[in-house]
Design a protein around this ligand. Structure first.
Ligand SMILES: [Zn+2]
Length: 298
């Protein structure tokens, strides 16, 4: 059996794992993400990977990271945060140098889409869109069995599909972006506004589960926005299915009926029955996807 290193650099936590070429996790380590520390943090990630790689004689490294990454240089692009400490950090070079292994890097949500293709709901599906609903809203597009990169590698930013040209201002420069309505951050913000106290998104879902009508109304609007976004994507890409994943998906039953109604209202005739499935990969999709991505690129 051959071993790979899979790395998932999320907004909150980073995981480094040894994964076999069948996609089974053999060993794993995790620590808090400190992207704002800049280069020294990525050095630390490289060292953790190097330790596991030498222990298991791994042959390559795959990395999925939050943020925009230039596919040619393997460095972070300015994206939404042009002055952030990680902008310009040569992620691929740092990891490749510390591990002395071939290293492949890409955006974490695109890597999650790849994981769905290889071991998840997207197995055997040529065309689908995967969305990750967490702190923000990211995505990855699979077309004809391949991950869509776009010309500079940043395709799939479903969170910045605009639903309302006169909506609230987004950090990307646009207005009314899907992420402003459908993300953990958006739910927490709306909940805090409506209840006039600082709430997290799980607390809003919790109140909805207790039958609170204001919380239910917030989630109805979140689901409606998500359905509208999915409908627009269906009209544009005509995928075989949508796969929803991410940390807020455990609460999906509170969104589902609004998502379905709004999706059917937005998608064109003939596209309204496009299935919307939930990911079954949980938190491990990222590291497995990253490892298999590296395996397939070798
Ligand atoms: Zn935006």
């Amino acid at each position: 059996m051959q071993y790979l290193i899979g790395i998932d650099i999320g907004a909150t936590n980073t995981r480094v794992a040894v994964v076999d070429s069948m996609g089974k996790i053999i060993a794993t380590t995790r620590f808090p993400s400190e992207m704002s520390a800049g280069e020294s943090f990525f050095q630390k990630v490289g060292e953790a990977a190097a330790k596991l790689a030498s222990e298991y004689q791994a042959i390559a490294v795959g990395v999925g990271s939050a943020g925009q990454i230039d596919r040619k240089t393997g460095s972070y692009l300015p994206g939404l945060y042009p002055t952030a400490p990680w902008v310009g950090v040569p992620l691929r070079e740092i990891i490749a140098t510390t591990t002395t292994l071939p290293t492949f890097v890409d955006n974490d949500c695109k890597i999650s889409a790849y994981a769905e293709l290889k071991i998840g709901q997207g197995q055997g599906v040529a065309d689908f869109v995967s969305l990750t609903l967490g702190t923000g809203l990211g995505g990855g597009i699979i077309s004809n069995g391949q991950l869509v990169h776009g010309i500079s590698g940043v395709a799939g930013h479903v969170g910045h599909l605009s639903l309302d040209h006169s909506g609230p201002q987004c950090a990307c420069g646009n207005r009314g972006c899907l992420e402003l309505y459908v993300s953990g951050t958006a739910i927490a913000k709306q909940g805090s506004l409506v209840f006039q106290e600082e709430l997290t998104s799980p607390q809003v879902f919790q109140r909805a589960s207790e039958g609170d009508s204001r919380a239910l109304q917030i989630l109805h609007e979140v689901g409606t926005a998500l359905g509208q976004g999915l409908g627009a994507m269906a009209n544009l890409l005509n995928p075989q299915l949508f796969i929803l994943g991410g940390s807020i998906l455990e609460w999906y039953p509170f969104l589902e009926s609004s998502v379905q109604a709004s999706f059917r209202a937005t998608a064109m005739n003939g596209l309204q029955d496009t299935p919307i499935k939930r990911s079954q990969l949980g938190g491990e999709g990222g590291i497995i996807g990253a490892a298999l991505y590296a395996w397939d690129q070798l």
